[in-house]
Design a protein around this ligand. Structure first.
Ligand code: NI
Ligand code: MN
Length: 225
C-alpha cells in the first residue's frame, strides 16, 4: 500500500482500491497532480469549501469513482450529474469489495464557493486492506476525538495543522495525544501564506509526546506502508 500527499488536504491511499480525499488540485498553488491525472475508486469529500470539494465533479465523472459525502453535499453533487452516496454523522457503510467508510464529526462550516449551504462538514474513518485511516477534514480540536474517534484503533490519522481555518499545531498535538494513532500525516498547511507552519517542529513534538511516527510529505511525495 502507499499513501500519497497531493497538497493541502488531498490525500490518496492506494491498496486493493484507490481512495482519494478532498481533490483540490486546479487552483491549488501547491498541488502536485492535475485533475486529469487523478485516479480513484472511492472519492471522499469532507465538505463544500472550494479547497476540499475542488475538482471532485470532474474527477468523479471521468473515473466513475464512488463518491461519499454528507447527504446535503451528495444531493448537490447529484444535481451536477455525479451520483454520490449521501450519508450522515455516525453512519458507516461497507461496500461489496470490503471497503468501509464512516462519517464522523468535524467542527467547522460547509458551504459552496457561491455561498450555498451543503450540510455539516465531516471527517472520515475508513478501512482498507485491514488498516484504519482517519481524515479529519477541516476541524477544530474537540474532545470527542478521544471518546468517539480514537476507539476505532487508528493506524493513520491525517490532521490539519495550518491554524486560522482549522486546528493549529498546538491543538493538533493535543488531538494526537487523544487519537492515539500509530502514524500521523500533517495536512492543510503552507498552501497559502496564512497557513505557514513548521511541520518538522510538529513532528518533533508529536514523536516526543506520543508513541507514534509523524510522516512529513511534500506535495507529490508518497510513503509505502
Ligand atoms: Ni473548510
Ligand atoms: Mn480547508
Amino acid at each position: 500500500m502507499r499513501i500519497d500527499f497531493y497538497g493541502h488536504a488531498c490525500v490518496g491511499v492506494q491498496g486493493s482500491k484507490k481512495v482519494l480525499i478532498d481533490p483540490y488540485l486546479s487552483g491549488n498553488p501547491a498541488a502536485s497532480l492535475t485533475p486529469e491525472q487523478a485516479e480513484a475508486d472511492y472519492l471522499l469529500i469532507t465538505h463544500g469549501h472550494g479547497d476540499h470539494l475542488g475538482d471532485a465533479v470532474e474527477i468523479a465523472k471521468r473515473t466513475g469513482a464512488q463518491v461519499v459525502a454528507m447527504v446535503e453535499l451528495a444531493n448537490w453533487l447529484g444535481k451536477q450529474g455525479v451520483e454520490a452516496m449521501g450519508m450522515n454523522l455516525g453512519g458507516s457503510y461497507t461496500f461489496a469489495d470490503g471497503f468501509k467508510v464512516k462519517l464522523v464529526p468535524a467542527w467547522h462550516s460547509s458551504h459552496l464557493p457561491d455561498g450555498t449551504a451543503v450540510g455539516l462538514p465531516v471527517g472520515f474513518i475508513f478501512w482498507l486492506d485491514g488498516l484504519c485511516f482517519y481524515h479529519a477534514g477541516d476541524t477544530a480540536l474537540f474532545s470527542d476525538m478521544r471518546e468517539v474517534i480514537a476507539p476505532h484503533g487508528l493506524d493513520w490519522a491525517f490532521l490539519p495543522i495550518g491554524d486560522f481555518y482549522t486546528m493549529g499545531p498546538d491543538d493538533a498535538l493535543t488531538a494526537a495525544k487523544w487519537l492515539n494513532a500509530k502514524n500521523y500525516l500533517p495536512i492543510h498547511y503552507n498552501t497559502f501564506p496564512l497557513l505557514q507552519q513548521d511541520p518538522q517542529q510538529f513532528k518533533q513534538q508529536l514523536e516526543a509526546a506520543c508513541p507514534a511516527t509523524c510522516h512529513i510529505l511534500q506535495p507529490g511525495e508518497h510513503t509505502e506502508i
